[in-house]
Design a protein around this ligand. Structure first.
Ligand SMILES: [Zn+2]
Length: 497
């Protein structure tokens, strides 16, 4: 699926679509010829190797064409001098909530789809400016957002939507208030606003679970997210509970596999993980309370654990939103599971980075930067965390198989044939994680979003979105090379303007 011919074809489609919009047409014209950008004089972190290698990278179109110690500039290539900075793969967040971007209660009581969607635009822009070129969204109606990022209408990382997370009644995705659910199964009660907006979907029994899974797949989910246990942020499902029967879970996994993709599960304990492994679930979110025995089983299955490590940080107790009576429990859990990260590595479990913060998006951004730093403490290694944010995460994204919209190259690595998703930073992230934004400040961090000053270049899909190196290549000539853009134009019944 090398796509040198593709920009021309897409440009023609765009030209047809926007024949009445000369401004957009002009932008599309820029994408006609595959661009060649030669980035010289950089130290390369390739996403897999624990060292920086001096060299150069040639980008052609949206892919990396060549990586080498020295590369001669081919005809028509634009040369960008990296100034001895570190060139590394764009970062990947394996578990984020781009559509839950205000306080929980506000989302549940006081927002509609437009509110969360417009805020999500800002969330995605800032993800990209922070160097993230791919994000797996773990619950919400992010399909249109993903399409419009690929179309170039919104700036953001490649987005992998799960659609509404699927939960049983009483489960972690049943956000109805105490009386909303009713007290008789004859009276189904009201939908929560979370459900009304498609953030979640409550389903019980095999037929409803299949319907919910298939609805998400039909809408464009790249993977399915289920709630397989209790949680901290919901009120009616104690954290020790196991959710969904083996029949329900197996049905959901089967429906996902029928579409070539997989299931990710919100989970905490051994009992739930045992059931999920039996059903064939591939990624285990959070998972803090699992035993080392369970870790071994996850590793043997080749599955992934995707934990937000701030969940067991002592700093979590400083969250001003934390009810006072919960603080001792949070501190205790943090101490009890302090070795969680080290144990995962001991048992060779594949781990992927997760920011996983639900709430006001500025708070989520602060949590994300803190998470980068805190992870290096809990895994005792910058390199391990960098892999979790690049090559291992990129490998996990490939679990979506044919439902992965980005199949022309790998993500999370710098090698020939990989996507040209690259960032250029001042400093060596193997030694100093602050150069990609990691910080020990969280609730005491500046509330106002600021660009990370050591990230100087962000390239996604071969297009430059942030450039403080070279005024000549201005940020984001928007390129219409995304797979979803084609489907946006060609899918029956989809309006294009
Ligand atoms: Zn989550």
């Amino acid at each position: 699926m090398k796509d040198t011919a593709r920009p021309r074809r897409i440009a023609a489609l765009v030209a047809a679509a926007f024949s009445c919009a000369p401004g957009l047409l002009a932008t599309a014209e820029e994408a006609v010829e595959p661009s060649r950008i030669l980035i010289t004089n950089v130290n390369i972190f390739d996403g897999k190797t624990e060292k920086l290698t001096p060299g150069a990278v040639l980008v052609e179109g949206n892919l990396i064409k060549q990586v080498g110690a020295e590369i001669g500039a081919p005809a028509g290539a634009y040369t960008l001098d990296g100034g001895g900075r570190t060139l590394m793969p764009g970062l990947i967040d394996g578990h984020a909530h781009v559509m839950i971007n205000a306080h929980f209660d506000t989302v549940e009581k006081n927002m509609d789809l437009t509110d969360i969607s417009l805020r999500a635009v800002r969330v995605m822009e800032r993800f990209l400016m922070d160097g993230f070129t791919a994000v797996r969204d773990m619950g919400g109606p992010a399909f249109g957002l993903a399409r419009n990022i690929d179309a170039g209408f919104v700036r953001g990382p490649r987005l992998y939507p799960s659609g509404g997370f699927i939960s049983q009644t009483s489960g972690h995705g049943d956000f109805r208030d105490r009386a909303d659910a009713g007290f008789s199964i004859q009276d189904a009660g009201d939908l929560s606003n979370f459900e009304r907006m498609g953030i979640g979907n409550v389903a019980n029994g095999v037929p409803e679970c299949l319907a919910a899974t298939r609805l998400n797949l039909r809408n464009g989910a790249t993977q399915i997210k289920i709630m397989a246990g209790g949680g901290g942020s919901s009120r009616f499902d104690p954290i020790d509970t196991t959710q969904f029967s083996i029949e329900e879970t197996t049905a959901i996994v089967g429906a996902a596999e029928d579409w070539g993709t997989y299931v990710a599960a919100h989970v905490f304990n051994d009992r739930s993980v045992a059931r999920l492994l039996e059903a064939g679930v591939k990624t285990f979110e959070h998972s803090f309370f699992i035993s080392e025995d369970t870790m071994e089983k996850i590793a043997a299955a080749g599955a992934y654990v995707v934990p937000q490590m701030w969940g067991i940080s002592p700093d979590l107790a400083r969250n001003p939103l934390m009810p006072a009576d919960k603080i001792p429990m949070v501190k205790e859990l943090g101490e009890q599971y302090a070795d969680f990260g080290r144990n995962l590595l001991k048992h060779k479990v594949k781990v992927v980075f997760a920011s996983d913060y639900v709430g006001v998006f500025a708070d989520a951004e602060r949590a994300r930067r803190y998470e980068i730093w805190w992870r290096t403490k809990t895994f005792d290694s910058n390199f391990e965390v960098l892999k979790q944010m690049t090559s291992t995460a990129g490998e996990m994204l490939q679990l979506s198989g044919p439902r992965n919209p980005y199949q022309a190259g790998k993500q999370g690595v710098i090698e020939a044939g990989a996507y040209a998703d690259l960032i250029l930073v001042d400093g060596d992230p193997l030694e100093d994680i602050t150069c990609i934004g990691g910080t020990d400040k969280w609730f005491d961090a500046e509330p106002e979003y600021k660009l990370i000053p050591t990230i100087h270049l962000v390239m996604k899909d071969g297009a430059i979105y942030r450039n403080e190196i070279d005024g000549k290549l201005s940020p984001a000539a928007v390129r219409f090379s995304g797979a979803r853009y084609e489907s946006l134009l060609t899918a029956p019944g989809v309006p294009i303007d």
